[in-house]
Design a protein around this ligand. Structure first.
Ligand code: ADP
Length: 363
């Protein structure tokens, strides 16, 4: 059978384990030899004990765990050609020519580059006598399928990235907890949530927690936001509300592109309204804990589809990313999605917020 390896790279997210499990079991079911590569690209470059064959039971009892049991890492070596040469040799030594990568846009970009270079890496390994001409020929094609694991939902081409739904659950649990204490003491709470340059977590958590105000990266507030915020908070209290909740995305900015921080918002409220105001930074709690049912199923479906894509790949098939489109698992060209994701980042940096939202929305 074919040699398949699965690895997780970049920031972790809940549901990665479900995806790893699905890849292993679908691969074995279809008669493949499936390997784990531990610690992301670092494990691929280092080889040795980092690349181990998986069996049916090695992925038992992991579907309910957060994070990634096979480890993830950021890897400088893989950014250099020498590192990628080592990685190629380690894969060939084990007969691996199919990769399922679970990571963010950086990791997927690296995978695409690896695939583009594969042929020339093999030529160089052959010239150095590190692989045989038979190996050069037998392993000439590297197939890649990518899955997006990220709590930020910041990848173009998929409706939901693996981990986003669980992070939302964490945020909502925390907000509900804060609301009860805020109610008792008539306090105002400012919650800082993750999402990098994507406002998905902040906007959805604001809508589902009945927040009074939200600051998110794609929609910087009007210049007079301080006044608007205070008026709104005051109105709510006058109408009998005992507390206020404000959500600030970690990537929130003003119309000049300058960061708006939770602390800054707190000062505005305290100075103008003298409300008892506290800041809660949720931080890594959002990435932790067990994955939601949605993320488990998403990971399962995406992992199984990735293996199918690899099985059906021809010599000239471009790397794909498995995406969720409505309720369908679909395959899209990996590099198109990565390029669009990078275009969003560029539009954001140029303060073209509407363009960024448009680009992200297109699927
Ligand atoms: P994420 O995948 O979550 O976006 P990073 O951007 O940190 O996270 O990427 C994870 C790893 O992927 C990097 O540490 C590096 O090993 C690899 N990588 C990222 N971009 C590239 C690239 N352009 N070329 C080669 N490898 C890359």
């Amino acid at each position: 059978g074919k040699g398949i390896a699965v690895f997780t790279s970049g920031g972790d997210s809940q549901g990665m384990n479900a995806a790893v499990r699905a890849v292993v079991r679908m691969g074995i079911y279809l008669g493949c030899k499936v390997y784990f590569i531990k610690e992301g690209y670092q494990g691929m470059v280092d080889g040795g004990i980092n690349i181990v064959e998986a069996n049916w039971s090695s992925v038992s009892s992991i579907i309910h765990l957060g994070g990634t049991v096979i480890g993830s890492a950021r890897c400088q070596d893989f950014r250099e050609r020498v590192g990628r040469m080592k990685a190629a040799k380690n894969l060939i030594n084990r007969g691996i020519t199919n990769l399922v990568i679970i990571g963010g846009d950086g990791s997927l970009t690296g995978a695409n580059l690896f695939r583009q270079e594969w042929s020339s890496l093999l030529d160089e390994l052959l010239a150095n006598g590190e692989i045989t001409p038979e190996q050069r020929n037998k392993y000439r094609v590297l197939n890649i399928a990518g899955l997006v694991g990220s709590i930020d939902n910041d990848f173009c081409g998929t409706d939901m990235t693996i981990g986003t739904d669980s992070a939302l659950h964490r945020i909502i649990e925390a907000t509900d907890a804060i609301i009860s204490t805020a109610y008792s003491h008539q306090r105002t709470f400012i919650m800082e949530v993750m999402g990098r340059h994507c406002g998905y977590l902040s906007v959805v958590s604001a809508l589902t927690s009945e927040a009074d105000f939200v600051f998110c990266p794609e929609s910087p507030p009007p210049e007079d936001w301080e006044k608007r915020l205070c008026t709104k908070l005051e109105q709510e209290r006058t109408a009998g509300q005992r507390l206020n909740i404000i959500i600030v995305a970690e990537g929130a900015i003003d119309r000049e592109g300058k960061a708006i921080t939770a602390e800054q918002v707190r000062k505005v409220i305290v100075e103008n309204l003298h409300q008892d105001t506290r800041v809660t930074v949720l931080g890594h709690v959002q990435r932790g804990g067990s994955p939601s049912a949605f993320d488990r199923i998403l990971g399962c479906r995406m992992g199984a589809e990735a293996v199918m894509a690899l099985m059906e790949a021809k010599e000239d098939t471009v790397p794909c990313v498995i995406s969720l489109d409505g309720n369908q698992a679909i395959r899209l060209p990996l590099m198109d999605c990565v390029k669009r994701t990078q275009a969003v980042a560029k539009a954001m940096a140029n303060k073209q917020w509407e363009d960024a939202v448009d680009l992200r929305g297109k699927s």
